[in-house]
Design a protein around this ligand. Structure first.
Ligand code: PNS
Length: 167
């Protein structure tokens, strides 16, 4: 008997301030698991992002250009409302270390309470990126450290422009 689960759209939400190679690893793996993957960038971020939402969208779009079933968009308000509007049945998140677990569990359970039909699916971060975060990348580059291989080259260039004083 043929089993047709229909087409599955997953949302990969986050601040993406900026997108890193760790995010991209997860996006590439997620794109193989789901029919369509929407990278959803939080617009009204209380964390005072370094880049505007338009800049973060631009960087993410450029980074995922080669992936035909991946789109990039921004959202405000509840994530589950955005997911429902996109007919997505999955929220995709990455887990790096045990320290991520508590925050992720809280969000997943709250989202399930708000929208029981939407499942959060976790992928373990690639081991090469398990230490990587947008926050650390910004800190290291601002202090003159080398971030080659941790973000796409175009993102590195934007970070340099924004954070390093011109000589
Ligand atoms: O990259 P981040 O900062 O860990 O992403 C956090 C994000 C954007 C996934 C989370 O803050 C979020 O979903 N915000 C939208 C508001 C919302 O739906 N809150 C209730 C769900 S717990």
């Amino acid at each position: 008997m043929a089993f047709d689960r229909g087409s599955v759209t997953a949302i990969y939400p986050g601040s993406f301030d900026p997108i890193t190679n760790g995010h991209l690893d997860l996006i590439e793996r997620g794109a193989k698991l789901f029919d369509r993957l929407v990278v959803a960038i939080l617009g009204n971020d209380t964390k005072q992002p370094l880049f505007t939402v338009e800049e973060r969208i631009e960087m993410a779009r450029e980074a995922v250009r080669g992936l035909s079933n991946v789109g990039v968009d921004s959202f405000d308000g509840l994530l589950v409302d955005f997911a429902a509007a996109r007919q997505a049945s999955v929220i995709l998140r990455g887990i790096r270390a045990i320290s991520d677990y508590e925050y992720e569990l809280q969000m997943a359970l709250m989202n399930r309470r708000l929208a029981p039909d939407i499942e959060t699916v976790f992928l373990m971060a690639g081991e090469a990126y398990s230490f990587l975060s947008s926050r650390l990348v910004k800190e290291v580059i601002a202090l003159g450290g080398n971030i080659a291989g941790l973000v796409p080259p175009a993102v590195e260039a934007r970070l340099r422009n924004r954070l390093l004083p011109r000589k």
